[in-house]
Write a protein that binds this ligand. Structure first.
Ligand code: FE2
Length: 426
């Protein structure tokens, strides 16, 4: 198969991509001889933007699409969401979790979102959600990479049996070690949980991704401990701090020491802009803190930063549809990343940077990579974010797995007819 006449995120135009055995075999302009065999199937990109697929670095697939079960989160706060999840847990069945997760996977694929790291709560001794999502991971493998994180939602030290159930989840094949140090009983317990969980990951050769400092408390500093143990245990590049919202409220002098430590230890940062702009600052009157971590400063300090969706229609968040361009758009606004380079960086935060967090093999528009891509009705990454562009085609291993009609409206203004598609003609 040949993809013809694509624009790439780096700005190259008129690019052909030749696919062989599910991987890109050649990428370049037709004058460099990148062309298909006679009669070979073609996808005409018509000059639109071809991107590697979207990647969600942080999600909760065991809770997704459960909005309203058993009741709605009235206050909209993180703590009521956690309490509500506690009410829902005894009512869950593996079948219902799998059914909702599979529905979400369909939504994701249609949006060009082909890799998701999902946390899965391991505090339930039955491990229903783990079993359900392990099945979903296998079933969706041809179309979507699902990476599971063993997430002790109620605290690994605070909850009886949580350490054992977490280890059992890892034995069953869960990919990544999770944690939630700021939710342990004391700061000391939080630090102890970070050390313990990083050691488990190192012993098992696994990655780490912790909910870390998801708080407005400027003294919530578990990210420092996480970076320290990542370095101590040789886990550079394999550890992620998710949320890191307390960094928003921290003292600037302390942050000037912290960001170099995070960078040195090769810890990835994941911000979840849709969720944290709604959950943080809830104890404030005015001025009200935004509560997203310091994205441009972390990027400038050499830290790999990705954005996650975190929630879609669950106890914590009533909205969402698996659209990582919506996530990028909110991240751009909350972090005030409005320059051309920064808008591009927000697009990277839901594509290449997120792929680095997951450690995806063969990701990208390079020769030898998997022929996975999404064709967007936009000319540039910034335009894709502005329009939350239609996914004209989604490709997995060289096969088109989803198509969407171009977004357009037909006007009839007193006899003047026009078609509007909101892109700028070049
Ligand atoms: Fe989360």
């Amino acid at each position: 198969m040949l993809i013809r006449n694509a624009t790439l995120p780096d700005g190259r135009t008129g690019i052909n991509l030749l696919v062989r055995d599910g991987r890109f075999a050649a990428i370049g302009p037709v004058q460099d001889g990148v062309a298909g065999e006679p009669g070979e199937p073609e996808l005409d990109a018509a000059g639109w933007l071809l991107s590697p697929p979207f990647v969600d670095a942080h999600f909760h697939m065991d809770a997704t699409l459960s909005y309203g079960l058993p009741r709605i989160n009235a206050s909209g706060t993180l703590l009521e969401g956690i309490a509500l999840w506690g009410e829902l847990k005894p009512l869950l069945t593996a079948e219902a979790i799998a059914e909702r997760a599979l529905q979400y996977c369909d939504w994701a694929i249609a949006r060009g979102l082909l890799a998701i790291r999902t946390h899965v709560d391991v505090c339930d001794e039955r491990l229903l959600a783990v079993d359900a999502l392990l099945q979903v991971r296998e079933r969706m493998k041809p179309w979507l990479d699902l990476q599971l994180v063993a997430f002790p939602q109620d605290g690994v030290l605070r909850t009886p049996h949580a350490l054992q159930t977490l280890q059992r989840a890892l034995d069953k094949g869960v990919d990544v070690v999770g944690g939630i140090p700021h939710f342990e009983r004391t700061s000391d317990h939080g630090a102890e949980s970070v050390k313990l969980l990083c050691e488990i990951a190192a012993a098992r050769g696994l990655r780490v991704d912790m909910h870390c400092d998801e708080s407005d408390d400027p003294l919530s500093r578990h990210i420092e401990t996480l970076a320290f143990h990542a370095q101590r245990l040789g886990l550079q590049g394999r550890v992620t701090g998710s949320h890191l919202t307390s960094m928003h409220s921290m003292d600037n002098y302390y942050v000037s020491k912290l960001i170099p430590l995070i960078a040195e230890s090769g810890v990835h940062a994941v911000a979840n802009p849709l969720i944290n702009i709604t959950l943080q600052g809830r104890h404030d009157s005015y001025p009200k803190r935004r509560g997203m971590t310091r994205v441009p400063e972390l990027m400038a300090g050499g830290v790999n930063v990705a954005f996650g969706h975190d929630c879609v229609m669950d106890p914590w968040y009533a909205l969402g549809s698996g659209d990582m361009l919506e996530v990028a758009q909110m991240g751009l606004h909350v972090a005030q990343m409005t320059s051309q380079a920064q808008m591009r960086a927000c697009f990277d935060a839901v594509t290449v940077n997120a792929a680095r967090v997951l450690g995806l093999e063969g990701y990208g528009l390079e020769v030898g990579c998997h022929a996975d891509a999404v064709l967007l009705q936009a000319r540039t990454p910034a335009e894709a974010i502005r329009l939350r562009a239609a996914r004209l085609a989604v490709m997995r291993r060289g096969e088109v797995v989803a198509r969407q009609a171009p977004a357009a409206s037909v006007l009839d203004l007193g006899g003047r007819r026009a078609q509007v598609d909101w892109t700028l003609a070049r």
